[in-house]
Design a protein around this ligand. Structure first.
Ligand code: BGC
Length: 517
């Protein structure tokens, strides 16, 4: 028999356990043990980005971008003091890259263009034929095997020369970007049918302009990231309208933007409103102007930042205003909502936050604290915990908030420290695909899923210390030899069977190409 003390303790532990389970699975379904089918015509892909894989940093007329500049002038701003000079050498190894896409049986591959490889002066006065040839080779090689290109115009590698003129804080960049976009549509639009203007504007604006965690490390808090946001949104919209008016009538195709979004879970019932506001700051900042009915920055941001700016002695809000014409140009300027989703944060607010953040700053404007509980399982990236129910909640929220737009999952993935047996990545991808299928079952319109990444690559400030690849890359070998991990075999089977089988165990001894492609 239990003594009353032990009974009390047992009851307490049981209550705690059920709270942990309940609190974290309010809207979550049971992890399914049966095989689940994807809808007909669902598309599977993988992604990379130019600076992270191409190498050939100064080959054949390419000029430096902000990552070349930062890693050359301040090498140890990167954890392992390495850079993307050679990276995966995809500039030369693109046939192997396409071979891997064939091995996986992909429907599409998402990659980005390097602006300064195509336009070495940053402007359209001189087109670098060798750079164009590289992308033509890649695209044509993919199309030979019926793998569709999905192309991002801007994945963080701004020409250094434009940075010296203020980069994304200079409103003239709207025209510079439009000119570059038009050149890309002219060069590749006959074969590329899915375009993404920007990858994760919040990440490069906040981290690159507001802080020091991405190039160009401006660290002008509470001001520069908002100027960047406005110019990026208008630049996106101009590119969208150029495509829509000048190209789409003849060549068809779709164009959207990719927004990075986490799920923000309130710590207590008192934090529900706060979590909503954090979402509006973090990804609503970019989604609301494009996907909401009214357009413009989210009201909570406009009001909060205007009030704080006034109290802090600024003559106008640190959040720049859109003109009424700009609101209209930006509103509705996307055929799909590109979503990069990796993880979830808890959100709370209490007295301890008074004086916690620098003033003025983005997080002070947001008035919240974000964290991840230690018991959530993590891989090599400290910020990336495996929380599939957050994905389900986010997808449902986007569906409700913006009237069920097509959501293309343009990135989702997990980091390890290397090695071919990557069961953690397999668990992660299966869990997130399960959550995605739950959202589809309840009516969300999600036709596309993309694993980040096809292969290990230069992981920005983390250098080569974090591995996101379905394929491992040997950075000691001249060819940057690529070897499939266990997850590559599992993903291949998901793509082949168009189904998620939680019990599938692959034979990893040999990778084949089963060209339906
Ligand atoms: C970026 C990728 C990056 C990945 C993992 C995304 O935010 O688009 O370039 O490698 O996250 O950190």
């Amino acid at each position: 028999m239990l003594t009353s003390g032990r009974l009390l303790l047992t009851t307490f532990i049981l209550a705690l356990l059920s709270c942990i389970l309940l609190c974290e699975s309010k809207t979550v379904k049971e992890a399914r043990q049966s095989v689940r089918k994807f809808p007909d015509r669902f598309q599977f892909g993988t992604a990379t980005a130019s600076y992270q894989v191409e190498g050939a940093w100064d080959a054949d007329g390419k000029s430096p971008n902000i990552w070349d500049h930062m890693t050359h002038t301040d090498p140890c701003s990167i954890d392992d003091c390495r850079n993307g000079d050679i990276a995966n050498d995809s500039y030369n190894q693109y046939k192997r890259d396409v071979e891997m896409m064939r091995e996986l049986g992909l429907d599409f591959y998402r990659f980005s263009l390097s602006w300064s490889r195509i336009l070495p002066t940053s402007f359209p006065d001189k087109i670098n034929e060798a750079g164009v040839q590289y992308y033509n080779n890649l695209i044509n090689e993919m199309l030979k095997y019926n793998i569709q290109p999905m192309v991002t115009l801007y994945h963080w590698d701004l020409p250094q020369k434009l940075q010296e003129m203020g980069g994304w804080t200079n409103p003239h960049i709207v025209d510079w970007f439009s000119d570059y976009a038009r050149v890309a549509f002219e060069l590749f639009g006959d074969r590329v049918k899915n375009w993404i203007t920007f990858n994760e504007p919040r990440e490069f604006c906040y981290q690159g302009y507001g802080t020091v965690t991405k190039a160009p490390k401006l660290n002008i808090q509470g001001v520069a990231e908002y100027m960047c946001a406005k110019n990026v949104l208008v630049a996106h919209a101009k590119a969208y309208h150029i495509y829509d008016k000048e190209f789409r009538p003849n060549i068809g195709g779709t164009i959207g933007i990719t927004i990075g979004a986490l799920w923000y879970e309130p710590e207590t019932e008192n934090d529900v409103q706060l979590a909503e506001e954090v979402g509006q700051f973090e990804w609503g900042q970019y989604a609301h102007p494009i996907f909401s009915k009214t357009g413009d920055f989210p009201p909570v941001m406009k009001e909060r930042i205007a009030a704080k700016s006034a109290a802090q002695g600024f003559k106008r809000s640190r959040l720049p205003e859109f003109t009424p014409e700009e609101v209209e140009i930006v509103r509705g300027s996307a055929d799909f909502f590109g979503l990069n989703h990796y993880t979830t944060n808890m959100v709370y607010k209490n007295e301890s936050l008074n004086g916690y953040y620098d003033v003025p700053s983005y997080y002070d404007d947001m008035e919240a604290k974000l964290y991840q509980p230690n018991h959530w399982s993590a891989g090599a990236s400290f910020w990336l915990k495996d929380v599939p129910w957050g994905f389900y909640n986010l997808l449902t929220k986007i569906t409700e908030e913006y009237d069920n737009p097509p959501v293309f999952i343009t990135e989702n993935g997990f980091a390890t420290r290397g090695g071919l047996d990557d069961d953690d990545r397999i668990t992660y991808v299966r869990g997130y695909l399960n959550a995605l299928l739950d959202a589809i079952e309840e009516g969300s319109n999600i036709p596309v899923y993309t694993v980040w990444s096809l292969m290990d690559n230069f992981e920005w400030m983390r250098g080569y210390t974090e591995c996101y690849g379905l394929y491992e890359v040997d950075y000691e070998s001249p060819q940057r030899t690529r070897t499939p991990r266990k997850s590559a075999f599992v993903y291949k089977e998901i793509v082949r069977s168009r189904a998620l089988d939680p019990h599938y165990e692959p034979d990893t001894t040999i990778m084949t190409i089963d060209d339906g492609h």
